[in-house]
Structure formats: C-alpha cells, structure tokens
Design a protein around this ligand. Structure first.
Ligand code: AP5
Length: 190
C-alpha cells in the first residue's frame, strides 16, 4: 500500500509536534491512522552512530556536507516505509553559513510528498515558546530572525511544490487557539 505522505514543517518551537500529535489522536477515533516519523531523529541516529553529534541541536552546526549526507541517508530509510506517513521536519535549517534546504531535490525524489504543511504563528509567540523550553538548546535569535526564517520557509515550500507537484498548506498555530490548528491539520490528513 503506497499511502499518503504528508510533510510537516515549521520553525523550531512553532508547535508542529504538538499540533500533529493532537490531530493524530483525533483521527484515530475515526479509524484513520498514520505512522508519525521525525526526520531529525533519523538523521540524529546516524549522526550519533558515526560520532558527529551528541544531541539533536548540535546537528545544525555540523558542516554542510555532513548535514547533506545525513539528510540523504534519512530520506532513503524513510522511503522504505509503507503506508500513511507523517514526516515531521524542516523546510529549511538555519546554519552558521545560511539557510540549508531541509528537502533538497534528492530528498524530495525519495519521499515524493502529497502535501507539505507549514505550521506558522506570530514570531513573538515562537520566541516565548522557545524561551520556555528548558529541555532544548535553542539558537539565540530575536523575533526579527524568526520572522525572516518563516518568510524563507514559504519560498522553500513553493519551490518544493514546483519540483514535486504537491500542495502547500499553511496551518496557523497561535496561542490559545491550538484546537483550531488541530482541526485544520486533521482536515488535511483525512
Ligand atoms: P526537530 O526534532 O524537528 O526539532 P525542532 O525543530 O526543534 O522541533 P521541536 O519538536 O522542538 O519544535 P516544534 O515546532 O515541534 O514545537 P513543539 O510541538 O515541541 O529537529 C531537530 C533537528 O533535526 C533540527 O534542529 C535539525 O538540525 C535536524 N533536521 C530535522 N529535519 C531536517 C532536515 N530536513 N534537514 C536537515 N536537518 C534537519 O512545541 C513547542 C512549545 O510550544 C511547547 O512548549 C508547546 O507546548 C508549545 N505550544 C505549541 N502549540 C501551542 C499553542 N497553540 N499555544 C501555546 N503554546 C503552544
């Protein structure tokens, strides 16, 4: 069974994992199931095995060529998995030398998504969510930098749609309106 392949993206801390998990719980009651995969976890397991990174936040500071290789290996592993898939990843990764495409052509060719979802909200809210999360080692950046990253991600999303013919859906996840974001996400996954 080929199944649907849905890619979920959003800048770190926008709440993509939170929205996806709640949408999946809602759909389970309707008998609709997806396997939820985190692209970063696939990359990190390889990076850890090869001694490149001790934690997932270290990965975006690795050299570009190492990150590209990790992307390629993660994409090949994910391409082997059948059925309805949700792939939680990034449209772009902010590295010390600039924005790295999260889904370069060779990754897209392996995965061939049906839909790319961009989860977004106001940059000030994202900044506060990052500051409140002590479990991660977030890069220090202000709301201007977060706004720029979200803007870039829309451009990357358009390029990915042009390469694959997939659709691009923006799901807004503002404070106090998580349920609305979950409803929007579930509608795309149905
Ligand atoms: P990844 O594991 O995806 O980490 P991340 O981007 O930091 O994502 P998080 O899961 O921490 O944030 P989130 O947006 O899901 O937010 P959350 O739901 O936790 O990636 C790790 C690394 O892998 C990357 O840094 C990169 O190096 C690498 N990587 C991954 N894909 C790659 C690719 N394709 N190419 C290259 N490298 C790649 O929520 C955050 C907080 O917000 C929580 O406290 C939550 O309670 C709160 N919140 C959520 N929604 C709301 C709301 N509506 N109102 C109020 N609070 C809310």
């Amino acid at each position: 069974m080929a199944g649907k392949k849905i890619i979920i993206t959003g800048v770190p801390g926008v709440g993509k994992t939170t929205v996806v998990n709640e949408a999946l719980a809602k759909l389970k009651d309707e008998g609709i199931t997806y396997q939820s995969l985190n692209f970063g976890t696939f990359m990190f397991e390889i990076a850890q095995k090869e001694g490149y990174a001790k934690d997932r936040d270290e990965m975006r500071r690795l050299g570009k060529d190492v990150q590209k290789r990790l992307q390629q290996l993660a994409a090949k592993a994910i391409a082997q998995i059948q059925g309805n898939l949700i792939i939680d990843t990034h449209a772009s990764v902010k590295t010390p030398t600039g924005y790295l495409p999260g889904l370069p052509e060779w990754v897209l060719r392996e995965i061939m998504p049906d839909v790319i979802i961009l989860v977004e909200t106001d940059e000030d809210q994202i900044l506060l969510r990052r500051l409140g999360d002590e479990t991660r080692e977030r890069d220090m950046e202000g709301s201007g930098g977060i706004a720029e990253h979200q803007q870039f991600n829309r451009s990357f999303g358009a390029a990915y749609a042009t390469l694959t013919g997939c659709t691009v859906k923006i799901v807004h996840n503002p404070d106090f309106l998580l349920e609305k974001a979950v409803t929007e996400m579930a509608a795309v996954l149905r």
